[in-house]
Design a protein around this ligand. Structure first.
Ligand SMILES: *[C@@H]1O[C@H](CO)[C@@H](O)[C@H](O)[C@H]1NC(C)=O
Ligand SMILES: *[C@@H]1O[C@H](CO)[C@@H](O)[C@H](O)[C@H]1NC(C)=O
Ligand SMILES: *[C@@H]1O[C@H](CO)[C@@H](O)[C@H](O)[C@H]1NC(C)=O
Length: 233
């Protein structure tokens, strides 16, 4: 080292310093929300301005399907089954009153990376967990455990508030349970899907602004802004 001119050492030092400062500034950049696992099961506690429900959510991207089994407090048990081809079945399994409506929506189920492009808002302590918080297109606020990266909570701009009670990565509901009842196929009349209104807008897409919706339908965490109902052929 004795023979190395000090100018060279200075240049080396400058390179090293700039290298490490680059590294540290990159490390300080905003975190991104974790992609959803391709298959998981989650129990969700939902509060929509005081109306409470429990949702048994089976997200199954691998098989192109998503199931929300919704128990309203002291009310109906509703099955909301979505296929990635755009078909949604909403039904009860009540022997006395067979109800089913099916609809076609232009977007399929949420993509695992549907949170890409969300804006980082910093950290907050929510539901007892230190969370990273993101907002996506003034539409959803998403809270993820800063340590485990599990979703903890999300809130739609309608005020529908979801608390994640369990999060079982890799859990898959058996195929037989995904079969909509026969009366879904007998009566082919299309009713409006509750999570539907006028225009399609997939929250997972690269939209930058929310649509102008007067009435917002966010009954279930389908995350579809609103849906365009097409005749069931
Ligand atoms: C549900 O949300 C409302 C506000 O919209 C709040 O006043 C109420 O305490 C919440 N209920 C529960 C059980 O969290
Ligand atoms: C979509 O897939 C489901 C399940 O396989 C099927 O019942 C439904 O008819 C399909 N819808 C269309 C429009 O192909
Ligand atoms: C959205 O994505 C499409 C294709 O992926 C692209 O053509 C379009 O420019 C994008 N729009 C915005 C606002 O980024």
């Amino acid at each position: 080292m004795k023979n190395v001119p000090s100018a060279v050492l200075l240049v080396l030092a400058a390179i090293l310093i700039s290298h490490f400062s680059d590294g540290s500034s990159a490390a300080k950049s905003d975190p991104n929300p974790a992609s959803w696992p391709h298959q998981f099961h989650s129990l969700l506690f939902v509060n929509y301005t005081g109306s409470l429900s429990l949702i048994d959510l089976w997200y199954d991207w691998t098989n192109g399907r998503n199931f929300n089994i919704i128990q309203d407090q002291l009310g109906k048990l509703l099955y909301d089954l979505e296929w990635n081809n755009g078909t949604v079945f909403s039904y009860t399994l009540d022997d006395d009153k067979e109800e089913c409506s099916s609809s076609l929506i232009d977007v399929g189920i949420l993509r695992p990376n549907w949170l890409d492009g969300a804006t980082y808002l910093g950290q907050q302590f929510v539901d007892g967990f230190q969370c990273n918080v993101w907002q996506k297109v003034d539409f959803i606020w998403y809270y993820e455990d800063a340590v485990t990266k599990r979703p903890v909570h999300w809130v739609f701009y309608t005020g529908r508030s979801i608390h994640v009670m369990t999060f079982e990565v890799g859990a898959v509901l058996e195929d037989a349970k995904w079969q909509a009842p026969v009366y879904c196929f007998e009566n082919k009349k299309v009713k409006d899907h509750p999570a539907s209104d006028n225009n399609i807008l997939d929250i997972g897409s690269n939209v930058t602004a929310p649509p102008l919706c007067t009435e917002i339908f966010f009954i279930y965490p389908t995350f579809i802004y609103s849906g365009f109902i097409q005749p069931w052929s």
